[in-house]
Design a protein around this ligand. Sequence first.
Ligand code: AMP
Ligand code: MG
Length: 339
Amino acid sequence: MVLPDVANETLTRARPSASVIVPADGRGVDRAARLLAGGGIAALPTETVYGLAADATNGEAVARIFEAKRRPRFNPLICHVDGPAMARRFARFGDLAERLADRFWPGPLTLVVPLAEGAAIHPLVTAGLDTVAVRMPRGVARDVIAALGSPVAAPSANRSGRISPTTARAVRDSLGDEAPLILDAGPARVGVESTIIDLSGDRPVCLRPGGIALADIEQVIDQPVTRADADAAISAPGMLRSHYAPGLPVRLNATDVRPGEALLAFGSGRIAGAGSAVAGVNLSPSGDLTEAAANLFAMLDELDRSGAAAIAVMTIPADGLGEAINDRLARAAAPRETP
Ligand code: AMP
Ligand code: MG
């Protein structure tokens, strides 16, 4: 039986499209840039490892990265730029950042700096923080960013918990059809992740050792760099500088809205008291977890400023991106340590 065209199209779209590996030449770069411009994701070679990229100003595109990697957590992502000028559009570069970028970019050095006022970077990229991690990669990834004209968020192109891929084949082995396009530029040159230096505080702190030696960094900025463990900093609930939390108490799995509360809703269902909520927003009226992930940080922030006494959050399903959404909400609801 021949299916009508419309049904055929629907069937094709419902299945994840097959992953393709294409050479990282001019045509490949254009193809990747067009895919990213349309809100898609693509795996790009950088000198450190292969990254899974999305337009950093598009929340739903960034949510697709977490979905493809099956990351159970919304940790902040590195923003990749085609040069210091693009970085200055959304990040505040002080003297140390200027000196380090001048010396080591393009290259495996990521700088954590304050986010500029009104920056177009989507909050899912920074996990709601007021700082942003920025890096200028070498080669093909940079060409794609230049063609797109927008910064690109890109963690390593592997399933969560697996090792970072240094070849196009390793990306496909790890992500399968979840990476619709993989640009192949051969094995990554550096093969380890970028060094991350946090310049947003009083003193420079190394959040992760990587492709650039700390001694070389210290020489350029003419001062010592404090060593810290990046993962500990991000997961420790008391570390407010590295972990966004709303100021208001958060109540999870709410089946009603109590007097004085604001409501963070999900899906089409209504709960008792919703009509008299101090403020109310819906992560996704249609129950779409990708849309909900993209809205999460901005909506929590909006309700935090609503003048309510607390935020009641409806139940969010735990499958797919729901795991990361629930992880973030559980942290927001956890008792605060006083710093
Ligand atoms: P990956 O993208 O997997 O190479 O990891 C990115 C690293 O950068 C993670 O360790 C993040 O915690 C860290 N990172 C990204 N943005 C920030 C930020 N604004 N503040 C602190 N750490 C960050
Ligand atoms: Mg990784």
